[in-house]
Design a binder for this molecule. Structure first.
Ligand SMILES: C[S@@+](CC[C@H](N)C(=O)[O-])C[C@H]1O[C@@H](n2cnc3c(N)ncnc32)[C@H](O)[C@@H]1O
Length: 190
């Protein structure tokens, strides 16, 4: 297949947006795959901030980074992404070039702990303020579980109302896939 699948396309967007030496945010660490990917892109003078409310996610990510000596480039925050401005110093404003939200529940973890629209939207709002011009926020939306469908609807409503003078909003989705396959919303700050 020539078309990018969903997760590779999310990575392509991050690669395009994230300028080495600047700052990236992984709003949902989970098993740490995105943070690891961003830490490699960050290069020695860049930095990644990663959030998760589950201790298990922090630990798994830490082990993944330690194994490749990438921990110095990453700050792991055991707290909700809706508190992004409490944890990321004001001095980084305008220096964040990429952020990712892989929504839903932790694969292999407790499926009752899921991301929710209210906190996701609060984090997006804060990140839009901190983002550099042409910085991109990538949302991977999993809507196969009940709360995921609610989060999807609220997020779609929210992004449709974002002022087009302030942000470009892209949706990338396979229209004929069954079983509520995940899709991407990307928001680029103008
Ligand atoms: C789909 S997983 C992320 C997958 C991850 N990107 C990976 O590479 O494995 C979603 C994660 O979001 C976390 N989460 C849920 N609500 C959160 C919140 N308010 N702030 C930060 N993380 C949250 C969950 O604990 C879970 O680990």
């Amino acid at each position: 297949m020539k078309l990018d699948r969903i997760l590779p396309f999310a990575r392509t967007l991050l690669e395009k947006a994230f300028i080495p030496g600047t700052i990236a945010v992984d709003a949902t660490l989970g098993n740490g795959h995105d943070t690891y990917f961003l830490a490699k892109l960050a290069s020695v003078d860049g930095h990644v901030y990663g959030f998760d409310i589950q201790k298990e996610a922090i630990q798994t990510t830490k082990e993944r980074l330690d194994a490749d000596n990438l921990s110095d480039r990453v700050t792991l925050i055991h707290d909700g992404h809706e508190k992004v401005k409490e944890h990321i110093p004001e001095s980084v404003k305008g220096k964040i070039t990429a952020a990712i939200f892989n929504l839903g529940y932790l694969p292999g973890g407790d499926k009752s702990i899921v991301t929710k629209a209210e906190t996701t939207i609060s984090a997006i709002e804060q990140l839009l303020d901190l983002l550099a011009v042409e910085g991109i926020i990538v949302l991977v939306i999993y809507h196969g579980h009940d709360e995921g469908a609610i989060e999807r609807d609220e997020l779609l409503q929210y992004v449709k109302e974002l002022d087009q003078q302030k942000a470009h909003v892209l949706r990338y989705q396979f229209e004929n896939q069954k079983n509520n396959a995940p899709f991407i919303i990307a928001i680029e700050k103008r």
